[in-house]
Design a protein around this ligand. Structure first.
Ligand code: HEC
Length: 179
């Protein structure tokens, strides 16, 4: 069995122990070393990139959640403030604004189909200084205006539509959420 490498190796090493040193490694033994899984230097960074993406994802979701929560809190706050100022319920506003035809003449954010162009848009009405340019924008004045605009300004083109004071307070409460 002279061709058996297992038997040949010891004697070859005995004759020349330097053969074991790496510089004597034969192409065959080089082939053996490549049997080990090759080391991926790119693997570690790719791993941390995944972690980074995951962390950024969590942070983004948290930030969006906080923003939605803040926005919701702000709306709640403005609704509560508007209710306190007018003594009305802002949640009843949109239905009343539609049923009394306000939406036919005014563009009103948050009210479906309210794209009227006859009167001024009621966007940001809570921050307006005057109502129809004639009286200061106070809760009592806006309620008075909604009930009887002609009593506030006899020349106004806005009609009296038959809103009760209670309904006017609900409408005003909603309008005061429009900032
Ligand atoms: C036929 C159209 C018409 C209808 C219906 C109508 N408005 Fe008006 N509205 C006007 C016009 C025109 C003005 C502008 C009046 C002016 O400047 O004299 C006005 C002004 C206003 C203003 C003051 C806006 C500002 O910028 O100062 C408010 C508030 C308002 N309307 C609310 C309502 C509400 C609430 C209803 C329903 C209950 C309603 N309007 C129904 C035509 C209408």
């Amino acid at each position: 069995m002279s061709g058996d490498p297992e038997r040949e190796l010891p004697s070859a090493v005995q004759q020349d122990p330097a053969r074991l040193l790496p510089e004597h490694a034969s192409p065959a033994s080089e082939g053996v070393t490549t049997r080990y899984p090759p080391h991926h230097p790119a693997r570690a960074p790719r791993h941390s990139a995944k972690w980074l993406a995951a962390i950024l994802g969590v942070v983004a979701v948290y930030a969006i959640g906080m923003a939605i929560h803040d926005r919701w809190q702000e709306r709640e706050y403005h609704a509560a403030l508007a209710a306190r100022m007018t003594g009305g319920d802002p949640s009843r506003g949109p239905a009343l604004l539609r049923s009394f035809g306000c939406a036919q003449c005014h563009t009103i954010p948050g009210v479906t189909g309210a794209r009227g162009q006859v009167g001024p848009p009621l966007t940001g009405i809570a921050n307006r200084v005057y109502i129809a340019g004639v009286v200061t924008n106070t809760p009592e004045n806006i309620v008075r205006w909604i009930v009887d605009p002609k009593a506030v300004d006899s020349l106004t083109a806005m009609p009296v539509v038959g809103v009760s004071e209670t309904q006017a307070r609900d409408i005003a409460a909603y309008l005061y959420t429009l900032r």
